[in-house]
Write a protein that binds this ligand. Structure first.
Ligand code: FES
Ligand SMILES: [Fe+2]
Length: 433
């Protein structure tokens, strides 16, 4: 449970808000690189952290992200002409480059130097991992790019897409962190076909959740005893402040384990809408299969589940009850809703635009959610006090998540150490501090 004020503080992300200012200290995933496929292509509208923006790729290939509103008389630059290394407002012809400088002002006398005094709000951008990233914070605080492993592997080894969720960002994040719901919300009544999971779920639905705070957020695990008494199935994850989760994705139906991880980023569009980024990647020699790259079955397939030509909306939404099929629910799956992440959206969106956390009742398995809220509230206070929030760089970039069956008597984090902190310069003492 949170107080009303704590809930408001975590949920509100616009300029000047506590959480919004904290989030502006990170690189923000803004769009997929192919949304701006070539120099001088049409600009696109973009809303991030409550700010209305326009993105364009200039003649030189550089991406500019600028205010939607022209500083002259506030026309939308979405209608702008993208030409000769700048975006020209169609109202009176003022033209701005990717740095926000006004490079032409044909409506004023030639001898006027007014254009040298006018700038449009613009933010630094970078392209990495098929994503355009933007930094919206104070210029002197710009951190290194978030070079998580999924952004660094070859394109053949990566799948990344995004989908709009119609609720506040924290509902998405908390839903992703919550490992216990997979036994229920995502259950196939005939079993998942993934032996380790099915043996664990056959024994018990109540996972033990253990959370270990770190300097970037935390490592945590859902631990489930197997059907026999001497093994346990461990799903070990990372939460990287403020909005990233790495989740294990190595076990397959029937096949050998894959060297593969996945994750999400829950990035606020505004207080009531979230862009959920979904990534998956291979960290072995093998590239992803086409089905893995497209994230088939996730509810996040572009074109099929996600209407990417219409603002990356989920085709399943509250207006069609997320395509629930009551006969399927009776006989095949726990929800009757097709697509794993569609099931997530169904429960998270319908908690309300901003969940009323003054009225919830959290149990022991909500430990990770409680810790995330604390870390985020602390991070905002740190930023307000002039400090740096967690997870800005360094050894964050070499983390992996893991799922494995382990003997009951070993401690999961010791057993999985080398995989969880792959190449990272962590010592056991440090992480346990
Ligand atoms: S409103 Fe953009 S040039 Fe006048
Ligand atoms: Fe889920």
């Amino acid at each position: 449970m949170l107080t009303f004020q704590e809930n408001e503080t975590l949920a509100r992300i616009g300029p000047g808000t506590s959480t919004g200012e904290m989030m502006r200290r990170y690189w923000v995933p803004a769009m997929l690189d192919w949304e701006l496929p070539e120099p001088d292509c049409p600009p696109i509208r973009l809303k991030l952290l409550g700010e209305e923006l326009v993105a364009f790729r200039d003649t030189n290939g550089a991406v500019g992200i600028v205010d939607n509103y022209c500083p002259h008389r506030r026309a939308s630059l979405f209608f702008g002409r993208n030409e000769e290394a700048g975006l020209r407002c169609v109202y009176h012809g003022w033209k701005f480059d990717v740095n926000g400088d006004c490079v032409d002002m044909p409506s004023e006398p030639a001898e006027s130097n007014f254009k040298d005094k006018v700038k449009i709000k613009s933010y630094p951008t970078a392209e990495m991992g098929n994503v355009v990233w933007v930094y919206m914070g104070p210029p002197d605080k710009q951190p290194p790019l978030p070079e998580l492993e999924w952004t660094q592997v070859p394109e053949s080894h990566r799948g990344v897409n995004k989908v709009v969720q119609k609720c506040n960002w924290l509902q998405g994040l908390e839903g992703g962190i919550d490992t216990v719901h997979i036994n229920f919300l995502h259950r196939n009544l005939q079993g998942s076909g993934i032996v380790a999971r099915d043996r664990a779920f056959a024994r018990s639905f109540a996972a033990r959740v253990e959370v270990v705070p770190t300097d970037y957020g935390y490592t945590y695990a859902g631990i489930r005893d197997q059907a026999d008494d001497n093994e346990k199935y461990v799903r070990a994850y990372h939460f990287i402040a403020p909005w990233t989760q790495l989740r294990p994705n190595q076990l397959n139906r029937g096949g050998a384990p894959r060297l593969k991880d996945s994750g999400h980023m829950w990035v606020p569009i505004d207080d009531y809408t979230t862009m959920v980024w979904n990534f998956t990647f291979s960290f072995g020699d093998e590239p992803l299969t086409e089905a893995e790259r497209l994230q088939v079955g996730s509810g996040n397939e572009l074109g099929k589940d996600i209407d990417f030509e219409n603002g990356f909306k989920s085709r399943a939404d509250a207006s069609n009850d997320y395509f629930i099929d009551r006969e399927v629910q009776r006989t095949q799956t726990f929800t009757g809703i097709p697509g794993t992440n569609t099931q997530d959206r169904a429960v998270q969106d319908t908690m309300g635009p901003i969940c009323d956390r003054t009225r919830e009742h959290l149990g022991t398995t909500d430990r990770a959610i409680i810790m995330a809220r604390k870390i985020l509230l602390d991070a905002s206070r740190i930023v307000e006090d002039g400090g740096d929030p967690p997870g800005l760089g360094g050894n964050v970039f070499d983390l992996r998540s893991v799922e494995k069956v382990l003997p009951t008597d070993v401690y999961w984090r010791d057993a999985l150490w080398d995989e969880l902190y792959h190449k990272a310069q962590y010592t056991p003492e440090f992480v346990r501090a």
